[in-house]
Design a protein around this ligand. Structure first.
Ligand code: SF4
Length: 80
């Protein structure tokens, strides 16, 4: 896996990361896996858009796609 990933450009690596996070998020939401410490399931997370960055309200900072975490020690699960 590492060799073909190393050959990707930066934009393709970021797209791959976002796609993997979407898959993990979906698998988590549907109960297939129990990983729960990723930004997308955190109360402090504000998702970005085409024109804005993601934001962590705990760290009070913008998060670029490459900064999104899948196992954050500060994570607090969204309950709704
Ligand atoms: S606390 Fe951690 S998991 Fe939650 S939004 Fe901030 S960086 Fe992401």
């Amino acid at each position: 896996m590492q060799t073909p990933i190393n050959r990707l450009g930066l934009a393709d690596k970021e797209n791959l990361l976002m796609s993997l996070m979407d898959i993990i998020h979906y698998l988590n939401k549907t109960g297939v896996i129990t990983i729960q410490r990723m930004c997308k399931t955190c109360v402090y997370f504000s998702p970005g858009s085409d024109t804005t960055h993601h934001f962590c309200r705990l760290l009070n900072q913008k998060l670029f796609d490459k900064d999104l975490r899948i196992d954050c020690p500060e994570h607090v699960l969204v309950t709704n």
